[in-house]
Design a protein around this ligand. Structure first.
Ligand SMILES: Nc1ncnc2c1ncn2[C@@H]1O[C@H](COP(=O)(O)OP(=O)(O)OP(=O)(O)O)[C@@H](O)[C@H]1O
Length: 279
């Protein structure tokens, strides 16, 4: 694979801003005879957005579910905050400081923004302190410069981008060190996508490590500090966001000659001919 900007091991990575929050060494996961992940290494630093990309079935969701405590790895080591950890279940991951926003967002449509942000974590649950929760919700959303018209409107009346914002704000309530985002911009329009990408940058600016699964290379390039490619359950390269489409597609699909590159080539040729006035 060409590209001086590709990073293949820790020794040639750019010095990151923060310390390593999460380090995976040799993580494998089998489901019966299926090897979903084989020997995965991954580091995430504080204040860094790592995009996890790969084709369907590459193992992205399985990896995120291991970090969220949903699945147990078959082998390998997870180091979090400098200590070796076992993420036995989702609450263990959460209490260590790993928050996950799954694609379904797990919000309650009929409840308002405050209730959703505090769902299951109400301040003094026996006597709901509505005012304190409302103030905390506003503060959190303001810190994220979130555009939510009111914290007292039901989730059902919010846009897709605003829902994603509420889900991310909710995940920040317990002050995690790492946040995992599963396709945060899937199914969003252009403006909403931009809002969510801005939000991800603000989460990074708070010093959190961010791991974001995405199929959208434009979004990945816009916000990621590093791009980690998985292919058929294995590491297949680490890139900076200035890597070319060709490099990324080659790493993702495993072939430099494929439908995506042929299409890109045809479009480039047409563009060149147009510039030269031939068509
Ligand atoms: N619970 C499970 N039981 C059996 N096999 C599974 C299970 N979960 C995932 N797999 C298999 O593991 C492999 C990796 O799947 P995974 O969902 O992690 O990929 P992905 O990169 O997230 O794909 P997509 O982009 O389509 O969501 C696939 O072959 C999948 O069929």
């Amino acid at each position: 694979m060409k590209g001086s900007r590709q990073m293949t091991d820790a020794s040639n990575q750019a010095a990151p801003a923060g310390e390593v929050v999460l380090s995976l060494k040799g993580i494998s996961k089998h489901f019966g005879a299926v090897s979903a992940l084989t020997d995965i290494d991954l580091d995430v630093h504080a204040g860094e957005v790592v995009a996890l990309v790969g084709d369907n079935g590459a193992g992205k969701s399985t990896l995120v579910k291991i970090l969220a405590g949903v699945h147990q790895p078959s082998s390998g080591e997870i180091t979090f905050g400098g200590s070796k950890v076992t993420l036995a279940d989702p609450s263990a991951a959460l209490s260590l400081g790993i928050a996950t926003v799954f694609q379904d967002l797990a919000l309650c449509e009929n409840l308002d923004v405050v209730a959703n942000i505090f769902l299951g974590r109400e301040l003094s649950p026996l006597k709901l302190d509505e005012t304190a929760m409302e103030v905390r919700a506003w503060t959190l959303l303001n810190e994220l410069s979130a555009r939510i018209p009111s914290v007292r409107i039901p989730i059902a009346s919010l846009s897709g981008g605003q829902r994603q914002t509420v889900a991310i704000a909710r995940s920040l309530l317990l002050e995690p060190k790492l946040i995992l985002l599963d396709e945060p911009t899937a199914a969003l329009g252009v403006a909403q996508t931009a809002e969510v990408l801005n939000l991800i940058e603000r989460v990074r600016d708070r010093g959190l490590g961010v791991v974001m699964i995405s199929h959208n290379m434009e979004d990945v390039r816009a916000v990621a500090d590093r791009i980690v490619v998985l292919r058929l359950g294995r590491n297949n390269g680490v890139f900076y966001p200035d890597a070319s489409n060709q490099e990324l597609v080659t790493a993702i699909t495993g072939a430099s000659e494929n439908a995506v590159s042929r299409r890109a080539g045809r479009r480039q040729a047409q563009q060149d001919m147009r510039q030269e006035g031939q068509i």
